[in-house]
Design a protein. Structure first.
Length: 236
């Protein structure tokens, strides 16, 4: 009887794996990233993305809300039509949930741009450790195959261009009320926005542990002008 039971257990385990019922959560929250990327995390805290969820609270950004036809006294932090563009991983595995909110997901953080971290973070850490030990580099393709996003323009468009007439093919309701018709400042140009430190974190020198394609199109430019950041051990 042992062998049939073993087979049954194996089948159950495979089913659970493919349905995700026992797979660890995909989104992990920004604290997992900031334990190593300390300078980037500190810089990010001063950005508009870091304060995205706060802007949904009553009495915040009153003029902008009125201009967009919203009630400035309403609490939008539980509005499913709004929350998705103000948090990490809304309605995705391990991502932000209105009924069970997690502080580490309540903002537009690391994983909104770089991809949900569970599947590639371990590989990222191992690559950093190998480089520290003996200078061994790791191909970025290994991280990309586990979900790290090096071409995250579409992730940005999903919120900033999600309105009728934007020209973005992926737009669908609920649409953002903050459009260029409301105010020209909502005109979204990825190539400009990704360099705006009011929206994105500043860039700091990376040690070169990861090489090859895919490489973000502004990686070399950012690194040429990057600051020296706070060093953190990959063993932390």
């Amino acid at each position: 009887m042992k062998q049939p039971i073993t087979y049954i257990l194996a089948i159950i385990a495979m089913f659970a794996f493919f349905t995700g019922s026992v797979v660890a959560q995909t989104f992990e929250g920004r604290s997992k990233c900031s334990s190593c990327h300390k300078s980037q995390a500190k810089s990010w805290r001063d950005t508009a993305h870091a304060k995205a969820m706060q802007s949904l609270r009553p009495g915040t950004r009153e003029e902008a809300k009125v201009k967009a036809g919203l009630d400035p006294e309403k609490d939008y932090t539980k509005d499913p039509d709004c929350v998705g563009c103000h948090v990490d991983g809304y309605e995705q595995r391990g991502g932000y949930e209105i009924k069970r909110p997690k502080r580490q997901l309540a903002a537009v953080g690391c994983e909104s741009c770089h991809g949900a971290g569970r599947d590639y973070r371990g590989e990222h850490r191992k690559g950093g450790q190998a480089f520290e030990r003996n200078g061994t580099t790791t191909e970025r393709s290994r991280l990309a195959s586990r979900g790290q996003d090096y071409e995250f323009e579409e992730a940005c468009k999903a919120c900033h261009l999600n309105y009728e007439g934007s020209g973005w093919e992926g737009n669908k309701p609920p649409y953002t009320p903050f459009t260029p018709e409301v105010d020209e400042k909502y005109t979204f140009k990825f190539d400009d926005m990704v360099k705006d430190t009011g929206a994105m974190h500043e860039h700091y020198k990376l040690d070169g542990a990861f090489v090859g394609e895919p490489e973000f199109k502004y990686h070399k430019e950012f690194q040429a002008n990057a600051k020296e950041g706070e060093k953190a051990s990959t063993d932390e």
